[in-house]
Design a protein. Structure first.
Lengths: 391, 391
DNA sequence: TGACTTTGCTCATGCTGTAGACTAATTTCG
DNA sequence: CGAAATTAGTCTACAGCATGAGCAAAGTCA
């Protein structure tokens, strides 16, 4: 039996079952395509006749198309159903050092990807808008359902306007509104960690409910918390600031005014500072080059990254103790050296820890993770739940 | 428009709207009784005719009864609807030092309450079962929908069997099964913090979604996390162990094997240890007597409780930073001296904190909080969602 | 070729909420 | 006092939806 909660305040109409089932079928197609109507009926528990009607709707709404005919050991051949590859979503990943724009289908498959070549001096929202318009023009045959934007730092509660993103080198005020106005598309914006958490829901392989925490290790540390399969936003959208929990009362000064926040001990920036303080040379090195130095055998770089790994593990221990998520997913440059530092991070996380069941892993598809996360923002916004506004 | 999530895996039938709406109406009656059908229609957004049909069902299922006639400035008088006071729930609060048993109606109103007088020497599940049977016999005219049990310590993931409750002075293994077998009733069991969190959902006044954290300060410290109005259980039901997050690497040894866990610095037991170490006399004092001593002006007791308050605030700061809940609710003996130590706790919580919006407050109805929490466990289990098994 | 299997569609049925009409009850105003 | 207005609660025709049995289509296998 379904379970209902007193927090549910919306009444249901006689069309509610169709909405629920339509969504269920669409998600099954998304995750298991190609798939026949009969298999959809078996998987969903609905009658074949009901599935046929719903599929008819989905085809009319151009969300799903009939594909090739399948083959079975016995009986009539099934007609496979697939997502309509004409429908697409734009994904914009704003990173302190680079901006990436991609085109994805509704299944999260990245079709085209482009590193925006915007000169340091002329970084602006306008340049991004121009690039978006060009990409849309290049994919005239596609019908776009929205633009997902993921960026470092925090977005405001309603995700509408200003953003606090001190590491971005261009003004991002009202980036959402300007893109929406210029393109006429739905724009969904959130920080990287939240977006990656949603990507696990929409594209991840695990079934059922998800309890997981995504930790984005970048200039700072941000986390996205998925509770019962839904994003935990908290008051004013400020949930997930584990990066600003104090781990060390005498630690370095943090931008937030405290001393010894987790991100002053385990972020990329923390590592660079520690490297400089340990006598590493020359100054002005980036985190990726720090990884290269370690790979090449630089002892100070190695010691720095080990220091960072231990501190990462300490903070993760706090998370697994406090929330006991099924999984903790790490996103960020440090994952490119996971083979080397992952075990050290995990060892520290499990040290003396009450909960040792949380699985720790780097995000799948390193480079694509943030782009798929941006796509997930659009899907999660309910863009496909309405009976198709676009032809 | 409703929003659906890909984590929803259950299909809907044509009876689903009725289930949803029936639940909605029942909850409105629970929270706003006495209330007329017309008001239910206005509040729920359903048609008056639909509400009438649903109410007819609820009356047939003996969940709701018609009450007195109301009075309005104009027009026909409404018929008020109320919860059927014949339906009841048993609430069992197992505390280290005492066991309380109560009878509640479905609205969470405690009808009868009894401190079980079980001699220290003969504390056993059997004695509790006997007491339960007697109370059921004393309320023969009531129809019981279940028994909610809240206790310190952890219950296992599926809430079925063994419990880790080192502070309880009698064996609690399979308490659930034994009570269920002896009474034939549905038994729902969970730890105090989780139960109190659910009580906020079922009996709290705030509307809409709830993001809150309940902190139970007792022998140890346990927390219940409510995310999007649902309990965050985490892997193996171990979520909420903020009490075992390390705040002080050189702190006292904790039962979990770590040093300086939050609960070694801010629990009742921590206060008692600190009191003894500060030269407080005599040994063997209880926490409530420590509060009395402070009230009477004992300087060591005062200093101890101030030390505890500061440490409580430190841990709460971690919670508000990490989760940014709308509210943080404190449960435990310390709330009886909230007028004195609450401000100190809150001041420390907000010190240098990123998120200063979380509201901090003690649980309402101090003494009744845990009993209503036990009732909430039964309601949350869906006991009323089936078309009434009991006559 | 004929028995069997599987897919996908058709259709009668029952459950549900909707919207408006209708009855009942009560106050206000002429 | 009586008509109009107002509000509560019920009744009825209707449309959306899932169900499940039945059926044709399309294949396999003996």
């Amino acid at each position: 039996m379904r379970q209902y909660f007193p927090t549910e305040r919306q009444s249901a109409s006689n069309r509610t079952p169709r909405q629920i089932n339509r969504n269920l079928i669409l998600n099954l197609v998304r995750k298991q395509q190609p798939i026949s109507r009969a298999d959809l009926a078996r998987t969903s528990g609905l009658q074949r006749s009901t599935v046929s009607l719903i599929v008819e709707d989905l085809i009319a709404d151009k969300l799903v198309v009939e594909g090739p005919t399948g083959r079975l050991p016995r009986g009539r051949r099934p007609t496979f159903l697939q997502l309509n590859s004409q429908r697409a979503v734009l994904a914009l990943d704003i990173h302190p050092e680079q901006v990436t724009l991609a085109v994805s289908d509704l299944g999260g498959k990245i079709i085209a990807q482009k590193l925006l070549d915007i000169p340091e001096s002329s970084r602006s929202v306008g340049a991004i808008v121009t690039a978006i318009k060009r990409v849309i023009a290049e994919h005239k045959q596609k019908s776009f359902d929205g633009i997902g934007v993921c960026l470092p730092g925090r977005t405001d509660p309603i995700l509408e306007q200003a953003i606090f993103a001190p590491n971005l080198h261009f003004p991002v005020r009202d980036i959402r509104g300007r893109i929406a106005k210029a393109t006429g598309l739905r724009v969904e914006m959130d920080n990287v960690a939240n977006a990656c958490a949603l990507a696990e829901v929409w594209f991840g392989e695990s079934d059922g409910m998800h309890d997981l925490v995504v930790v984005n290790v970048s200039e700072g540390i941000g986390t996205g918390i998925l509770a019962n399969g839904r994003l935990l936003r908290g008051d004013s959208g400020m949930a997930g600031e584990f990066g600003h929990v104090q781990l060390d009362r005498d630690g370095p000064l943090c931008g937030c005014g405290n001393h010894g926040c987790w991100e002053t001990l385990a972020s990329n920036r923390a590592a660079l500072r520690h490297y400089a303080e340990s006598g590493g040379s020359p100054n002005g090195v980036s985190f990726t080059s720090l990884l290269s130095l370690a790979h090449a055998g630089d002892p100070i770089a190695i010691a720095t990254l080990e220091w960072m790994s231990t501190n990462l593990g300490r903070g993760l221990r706090m998370i697994t103790t406090a929330l006991a998520p099924k999984e903790i997913v790490i996103v960020g440059d440090v994952t490119t050296a996971w083979y080397r530092f992952g075990p050290m991070i995990e060892e520290e996380m499990r040290r003396n820890s009450l909960n040792t069941n949380s699985i720790l892993r780097p995000a799948y598809d390193g480079g694509l993770a943030r782009l798929r996360a941006a796509v997930a923002l659009v899907l999660n916004s309910g863009a496909l739940q309405e009976p198709a506004s676009v032809a």
